[in-house]
Design a protein around this ligand. Structure first.
Ligand code: FE2
Length: 264
């Protein structure tokens, strides 16, 4: 079983910083469309980092969006970093060293501010430049890579934060429009062929190999595109969580377009 590309991150929320974006004059605005029409009651939209970290999930709400219109040229940053692998981590020091135009510098300032905001809150953000993630092709009927709808799991209370600055944005789906794949009879039957232990160990097998984290969209489900520039907090699966975990996936990248994503 390949677990590549799968991540569980630990976020310990502490203090927040003020919104650093209001000091900029708008010069270079990015598209920020989010399809909220089909989101039902899943998404709560707020307007500051303070609200993002302090607003709890409740009821059907398991995704909170700090809606932003970012300024700056993120494509310049993407184009100036050598991407000789399918995916790399971009360190803050590398960002500092880039020779950038004024709009590129504005984009860099936002990335560095987001690093600082998340770190100040006890998170360990990672900035990724992504041509594509590794695919899990061991079981074609049940890939467990990040292109599959899934939930993140943690042994302790935590949330996932993510923002796409460039390229295709991540996607989520309302829980009511997704079904856990291990509960689909024909998929469950296939998984049973992989398992040769005692009957009472099958559920542990599903969990041990992360099959139980994965979902499939119901027919006519409305996928929600998280848009560009917005910083999201989505619910993870952990013991005693009061809400359902947010079902999400990485998008299929457009040919030749590299994603720039911060996540923790
Ligand atoms: Fe995930």
């Amino acid at each position: 079983m390949s677990l590549s590309g799968y991540y569980i991150c630990v976020v310990l929320l502490k203090q927040m910083n003020a919104n650093p974006y209001i000091k900029f004059k708008r010069k270079f605005t990015l598209p920020t469309m989010i399809d909220l029409f089909h989101s039902g009651h899943q998404i709560n939209t707020i307007s500051s980092f303070k609200d993002l970290v302090s607003t709890p999930f409740h009821g059907d709400v398991n995704a909170i969006c700090w809606k932003r219109k970012l300024i700056g040229d993120f494509s310049e940053i993407v184009n100036k970093i050598d991407l000789n692998e399918n995916m790399i981590v971009v360190e803050q020091a590398e960002l500092h060293e880039l020779k950038l135009s004024k709009n590129g510098q504005l984009a860099r300032d936002i990335l560095l501010n987001d690093f600082n905001l998340l770190k100040t809150n006890g998170a360990s953000p990672t900035l990724n430049l992504i041509r594509h993630y590794e695919r899990d092709d061991i079981y074609p009927y049940f890939p467990t890579d990040v292109y599959s709808f899934h939930v993140d799991r943690s042994p302790i209370p935590t949330d996932t934060f993510l923002c796409t600055y460039h390229g295709e944005p991540s996607e989520i789906i309302p829980n009511s429009q997704a079904e856990q794949k291990v509960l689909v009879p024909e998929i469950r039957d296939e998984l049973k062929k992989l398992y040769d232990g005692p009957d009472n160990g099958f559920e542990s097998f599903l969990s041990e190999y992360f099959f139980d984290l994965h979902y499939r969209a119901k027919p006519d489900a409305n996928l929600i595109n998280l848009g560009i520039g917005h910083l999201w907090k989505i619910a993870t699966d952990y013991p005693e969580s009061q809400v359902l975990p947010c079902v999400h996936r990485a998008p299929k990248e457009k040919d030749g377009q590299t994603r720039l994503l911060m996540i923790c």
